[in-house]
Design a protein around this ligand. Structure first.
Ligand code: PMP
Length: 445
């Protein structure tokens, strides 16, 4: 059974007894307000007041190294993005049914980075909205609604997108039009799994519409290599007249280092590309990009408008992010610092038997923790390691079906010195700790 994504590295309400009065009171207040939907990270939740570059600061001024957050992907509060947003916000911010040069310049720059036939863009505010639109576009174009997803995929929170996000299910099965296939741990089997799922949909009278994947398979536990392994699966999809949706919410905007987009690393040609998270460095903006033919058919039936999508301020944030990525050399940085981090983690794996695998590309890395040579997932250990690193003021997260993969996904301005700090701290934690704390075993409400 897949561990629900919201339970990974989550604070357990049973553990407030070990916390100080002020923190316990803040947590109680939050729980009162947000009820069962309140999710916090870590056994000892954190409250931050300021961010800068790769660092987050609490009210006492204590600095935490952020090796987790990809939304502020060019760095927390990057002055160039802050300045662009502030200037545009004080001049004009309105929905996009008026002409505005900023949003057109931004659309042109994004589309110039895509395969030429993907020449239309619809702006949204979140990755969920982008994927919701992508699924609707795919259904409209294909005339079917059969969708294939990976076992611990997460694609967002709308009703339609939750159906194709197995990592969100706390109980129950995927709906009849969704087929769930294993994450590409053995990448050779992936195309065959896609073919089998298409055949199974047909056997059950469901017309195939789309395969949707996050090309770094982040919630599945980070599967990046070998580059190109997606090609055979995408060929299978196209032969079956289905669409391939590349969810770039995680790998997009330079995260994998060698290319702006994760699908480029695999040399595949999507029919729809969806964007979100890092796109505005914290300003909410997303998009779905596709061929005019796909969008035209959909717009003849319902059309699409998103009040806040593609506002002048959103465009200003997005343009500033593209500028900073280039001017600060952040793709190159993802290659060099990501490479250094990966090598350091691989070196740790030779000394700590609990590290079963180190995977990833650029500044998106997964460290799989196992209990034995058979690869039994060490999920409790992963939770303990994450909390021990947090005590050492280093922030990482968890991923994977069983929550046993450490997820390292820092802002792209992460430095070599930052990477060395993470490696040294993880070395210490794996040497000393390995015992889950009582709090991390506490049940969630
Ligand atoms: N797709 C992927 C791969 C994601 O990881 C996420 C968010 N974690 C989403 C889509 C949804 O994005 P949002 O939360 O901004 O709606």
């Amino acid at each position: 059974m897949t561990k629900p994504i919201l339970e990974l590295n989550a604070f357990g309400a049973g553990s407030t007894a070990v916390l100080g009065d002020a923190l316990a009171a803040a947590i109680a207040r939050r729980t009162r307000l947000f009820g069962a939907a309140s999710v916090l990270f870590y056994d000892e939740p954190l409250e931050f007041v300021h961010g800068e570059g790769c660092w987050l600061y609490d009210a006492a001024g204590t600095a935490y190294l952020d090796a987790y957050n990809n939304v502020p992907s060019v760095g927390h509060c990057h002055p160039r993005v802050v300045d662009a947003v502030t200037r545009q916000l004080s001049r004009l911010n309105v929905h996009n049914r008026y002409l505005h040069p900023g949003i057109m310049e931004y659309a042109e720059r994004l589309l110039a980075s895509m395969p030429p036939d993907l020449s239309n863009i619809a702006f949204t505010c979140t990755g969920s909205e982008s994927n919701d639109l992508a699924l609707r576009l795919a259904s409209s174009f294909s005339g079917g609604d059969g969708v294939i997803v990976t076992a611990a995929a997460y694609h967002g929170n709308t009703s339609r997108v939750t159906e194709v996000s197995p990592s969100s299910y706390k109980r129950g099965m995927p709906p009849p039009h969704v087929r769930v296939i294993p994450a590409p741990d053995s990448s050779a089997a992936f195309a065959a799994d896609v073919a089998a799922a298409i055949a199974d949909l047909a056997d059950h009278g469901v017309k195939f519409s789309a395969l949707i994947v996050d090309s770094i398979f982040s919630s599945d536990g980070v599967f990046a290599d070998p580059p190109g392994f997606l090609r055979a699966a995408v060929d299978v999809v196209h032969r079956a007249r289905g669409l391939f949706i590349a969810d770039e919410v995680q790998p997009g905007f330079g995260r994998t280092g060698t290319a702006l987009w994760g699908f480029q690393r695999h040399g595949v040609h999507p029919d729809i590309v969806t964007l979100g998270k890092p796109m505005g460095n914290g300003y909410p903006i997303g998009a779905a990009i596709t061929r005019p033919q796909i969008l035209d058919g959909f717009c003849r039936k319902v059309g699409y408008f998103n009040t806040f999508g593609g506002s002048p301020v959103a465009a200003a944030a997005g343009l500033a992010v593209l500028d900073v990525l280039r001017e600060d050399g952040l793709l190159e940085n993802a290659v060099t610092v990501g490479g250094r981090l990966k090598e350091g983690l691989a070196a740790l794996s030779r000394r700590h038997a609990v590290i079963g695998d180190v995977r990833g590309a650029g500044l998106y890395l997964g460290v799989e923790l196992v209990e034995n040579d058979a690869g039994t997932p060490a999920a409790q250990l992963a939770t303990a390691v994450i909390n021990d690193l947090r005590k050492r003021r280093i922030l990482i997260g968890a991923a994977g079906r069983f929550g046993n993969v450490l997820k390292l996904r820092p802002p792209l301005c992460f430095s070599a010195a930052n990477a060395d700090l993470v490696i040294a701290a993880l070395d210490e934690v794996l040497t000393h700790a390995s015992r889950p704390t009582p709090a991390s075993r506490a049940p969630r409400p």
